[in-house]
Write a protein that binds this ligand. Structure first.
Ligand code: 0WE
Length: 260
């Protein structure tokens, strides 16, 4: 008996075994969910296929979230394979590296802003819009965000603006989907050493500082995120929608860090 027996889940944004989407996928799989995955590009496909197969995925499909056509094709394949959906995990973001590593936010280009907002914020709305007729009553959607949406995280720059738009989208989508008993929430995770964090200027220092300051005095793991995702996707969170749930060891509540 699993918490998610018979539930069909679509996971977007898995890259490797360090991915937050991998932590979430494992937690959902362990409770009986039937998982399908999307990837972007052939390089990623080669990494994702073996991982998806480890979790007995029935569906492994390409999806460039900047293309409405590809999103529609994906949902057609989901309909053929599963008939309907109970869970969507959106773990997708992108900004040009040079816009989030070392230069001031005020140098952000129009093209860089549009790219970051399109891939990292609008994609959630685009996916939910295309999936709306597949979603069963009781369905749960989750997306990933970061505290740089609320407070300035140096270098996070245009990604912070994109995450603010993503979080607002969660509230509006929750309002639209609530009458059909479909819930949508975001998980705001502390810094994780995933591919998305590699090569980010100052990340190592930030990661170390986080564990010194956070009430739990440690970093967050993809397993921590997976367990919260499992709760949000299960009936245990039946009354929770439109929320930003922090999986950050309490970090964001600390105004002044004195250390031990
Ligand atoms: O949301 C993120 C990072 C997302 C991300 C990462 C990359 C790296 C490779 C988006 N686009 C790209 N583009 C690339 O070319 N995080 C929460 C991780 C992160 O990124 C930061 C952070 C943290 C934390 C960037 C600056 C400061 C802090």
């Amino acid at each position: 008996m699993g918490l998610l027996d018979g539930k069909k889940a679509l996971v977007m944004g898995l890259l490797n075994e360090h991915s937050v989407a991998w932590g979430i996928s494992n937690a959902l799989h362990a409770e009986g969910a039937d998982l399908g995955f999307t990837y972007f590009g052939e390089t990623v496909e080669r990494r994702v296929r073996p991982l998806a197969e480890r979790l007995n995925a029935k569906l492994i499909e390409p999806c460039d979230v900047q293309s409405d056509e590809q999103i529609d094709t994906l949902m057609e394949r989901v309909r053929e394979t599963y008939g309907s959906l109970d869970i969507i995990v959106h773990s997708v973001a992108f900004a040009n590296r040079d816009e989030i590593s070392g230069k001031p936010y005020l140098e952000t280009s129009r093209a860089g802003f549009q790219l970051a907002l399109d891939v990292s914020a609008y994609s959630l709305t685009a996916v939910v819009k295309a999936a709306q007729n597949l979603l069963n009553p009781g369905a749960s959607i989750i997306t990933m965000t970061y505290y740089g949406s609320q407070q300035v995280a140096p270098n996070y720059n245009v990604m912070g603006v994109a995450k603010a738009a993503l979080e607002a989208s969660v509230r509006y989508l929750a309002h639209d989907l609530g009458p059909r008993n479909i819930r949508i929430n975001a998980i705001s995770a502390g810094p994780l050493r995933t591919a998305a964090a590699m090569g980010i200027a100052g990340f190592r220092t930030m990661y170390k500082n986080f564990a010194d300051v956070a009430p739990l005095r440690r970093n967050i793991t993809i397993e921590d995120v997976g367990k919260t995702a499992l709760w949000l996707c299960s009936d245990l969170a039946s009354g929770v929608t439109g929320e930003i749930i922090y999986v950050d060891g309490g970090f964001r509540n600390v105004a002044v860090a004195l250390g031990d």
